[in-house]
Design a binder for this molecule. Structure first.
Ligand code: ADP
Ligand code: MG
Length: 222
């Protein structure tokens, strides 16, 4: 009946819009590196004392999807600046709470995603991410499970691959760590086998000379 159906879809919507910190908790448990962080529901930021500065403040709430577009992300904060930044967000946005996390060092921003194609099944996506995602559309796709050779080929196939190998002025990226992350998501026994995780996107994963870290994570709506 219509009422039941509406309840069902409302439930799906609720599940599809799990908050960033909830998605990160699941992924972190499964071996995906994420920043250390704390969740704060009021404006008492004392739990952030355990985190190393600089800090990142992110507001979460039912309507906050593309956070930086609406000013729900503040980078480079000290502990003392959290409260005022949060109050500013609360004045403009409908906020359910805040994620405070350690700010990762700058690096190459990648996108890693898992999509479930109705025909092909689970597909791993990897490419250049962050602010470049839309402009460059430089991504590679492989059916899961991938092998380590597949992972390396995916990265090498990117048009912008040279940013990973240190041929564009920057230091080379820890490509082995990127490959390990791709295997964690799309390799044998990887997250693609966990149907309850649905489809998700890590954007960006920041890749540096000594490791990778997924600084944003979200479930894709079903
Ligand atoms: P959005 O919902 O807008 O995608 P993000 O969580 O991706 O929000 O944050 C926006 C940008 O801020 C990221 O693309 C990244 O460059 C930067 N950023 C976010 N969190 C961190 C972090 N913990 N460390 C370093 N940079 C971060
Ligand atoms: Mg993001």
């Amino acid at each position: 009946n219509a009422h039941k159906a509406a309840q069902g879809s409302a439930h799906e919507t609720a599940r599809a819009s799990a908050y960033e910190h909830e998605v990160k908790a699941l992924l972190s448990e499964a071996g995906v590196p994420v920043p250390r962080g704390v969740v704060v529901r009021d404006l008492d930021f004392s739990p952030a004392a355990e985190l190393a500065e600089p800090l990142v403040l992110k507001a979460f709430g039912p309507g906050l999807v593309h956070k930086s577009d609406v000013g729900a992300v503040a980078l480079g904060l000290s502990r003392d600046e959290l409260e005022a930044a949060a109050a500013g967000m609360r004045a403009r946005l409908e906020v359910a709470g805040f994620l405070v996390e350690e700010q990762a060092e700058a690096g190459v921003e990648l996108i890693v995603g898992l999509v479930r194609d109705p025909g092909f099944g689970p597909v791993l996506l990897a490419g250049l991410g962050g602010v470049w995602t839309e402009a460059l559309r430089d991504t590679a796709l492989r059916l899961c499970p991938i092998s380590e050779v597949d992972a390396r080929r995916m990265l090498a196939s990117l048009r912008g691959a040279s940013v990973l190998y240190g041929r564009r002025g920057g230091p080379p990226v820890d490509v082995d760590a990127v490959v390990k992350l791709l295997m964690t998501v799309g390799g044998p026994g990887g997250l693609w086998e966990r149907l309850e995780l649905g489809e998700f996107e890590l954007n960006p994963v920041i890749a540096g000379p000594s490791g990778v870290i997924a600084v944003d994570a979200r479930h894709l709506p079903a």
